[in-house]
Write a protein that binds this ligand. Structure first.
Ligand SMILES: [Mn+2]
Length: 356
């Protein structure tokens, strides 16, 4: 297992590589060439120069989060073949740049969604939260405004300008696409790309839908045990795996996360784990919390134990944290609380390993 930390290059992060190097037990970063528009090839030279920058700070770059999927692939349009071909070239270049794992998602239109990027907790810290009633009342055309307003001038992954400009039109498009057709589009992508994942020894880790239920009538598929089983069965290669995000899947209290980890990690299908905690305040309402079990509704001990017991040897990163100690930055991605979280998780990992 390697503990890593998400980091955004090109000055688009309040956290520096030097900061990350100071966190004990963290060996590398999950990062991306996020300035390249979705659908275009990532040039090898740029991958290598980012790798050098990260190596110069004493850190590894083995995980990309994310290489986004062009909307035409998700929609199943004829133009998808060109974008898939570009994607495969990017995979080859990432292989040549020493990458071992690619995180991505197949969420239509938008990536994750929250209704408040800075909700105050009783300890004075702030976190991101989600209230479903507010989403039901939301005008999709105003949604991006409200997300970006809370972003403290940092880019928000999954909320790139090209996505936002097409958002309302795209929501309409998906109203006519059945979940069956959507699964077919994922299968088409996997059938094209997985042979290259094999050839280049790169694990693919799909991120679950966040939150794990439909919004604006959009198909949501990577949300619970049944749909994840179905996704994994679309392509049997063990390279076709999961970025198991406890915060995303854990927003639905019906998901038994340790059992899901035992099943999917036991099959060697979890390549990357995003570990964070959430507190439910209603069936479809939650806020994020510090990583400790006692701070939220997820049992982080059982989650880490399930990974350890199944011989998990992929990457873990602390996912979103609180904003504490006066820090400002991209919501969820401050330094301090994620550093605390990583060391809590490493402590659990060491104790579980030594006692088993
Ligand atoms: Mn996540």
């Amino acid at each position: 297992m390697k503990m890593i930390f998400r980091w955004f290059p090109n000055g688009d992060d309040s956290v520096t590589l030097k900061d990350i190097r100071h966190i004990p037990g963290v060996s590398g970063v999950a990062t991306a060439l996020s300035h390249i528009p979705v659908g275009e090839v990532w040039p090898l030279e740029q991958i290598l120069s980012l790798r050098e920058e990260i190596a110069a700070a004493g850190l590894e770059m083995e995980v990309i989060e994310s290489v986004n999927i062009h909307e035409d692939i998700k929609k199943g349009l004829p133009s998808r073949d060109e974008y898939i071909s570009n994607y495969i070239t990017t995979v080859k270049n990432l292989h040549d740049g020493g990458i071992k794992c690619i995180c991505y998602n197949f969420m239509p239109v938008m990536d994750w969604l929250r209704t408040n990027l800075s909700q105050s907790l009783s300890d004075g810290s702030t976190v991101m939260s989600y209230h479903h009633d507010e989403v039901l009342r939301m005008d999709p055309s105003k949604m991006a405004d409200s997300m970006l307003k809370g972003a403290n001038c940092y880019s928000l992954p999954g909320w790139e300008p090209e996505r936002i400009s097409a958002m309302v039109k795209d929501i309409e498009f998906y109203k006519n696409l059945s979940p069956e057709q959507y699964f077919d589009n994922i299968r088409y992508f996997l059938d094209a790309v997985m042979p290259f994942a094999e050839e280049y020894d790169i694990n693919f880790a799909i991120h679950p839908d966040d939150p794990p239920w439909p919004i604006f009538g959009l198909p949501k598929l990577i949300t619970e045990v049944d749909t994840i089983r179905r996704f994994l069965s679309l392509h049997s290669s063990s390279r076709n795996g999961l970025a198991f995000c406890t915060g995303s899947l854990g927003a639905n209290a019906a998901n038994d996360l340790p059992a899901m980890i035992r099943e999917f990690s036991g099959q060697g299908r979890i390549h990357f784990a995003h570990l964070r905690n959430v507190k439910h305040s209603g069936e479809r309402d939650f806020h994020e919390t510090a990583h400790l079990s006692q701070c939220g509704d997820l049992d982080m001990f059982e989650i880490v134990k399930a990974l350890s017991d199944t011989g998990f040897d992929g990457y873990i990163r602390p996912d979103h944290g609180r904003m504490i100690w006066g820090e400002t930055g991209r919501p969820g991605y401050g330094l301090y609380d994620r550093a605390l979280g990583s060391n809590y998780l490493l402590g659990l990992w060491e104790a579980i390993r030594k006692m088993s």
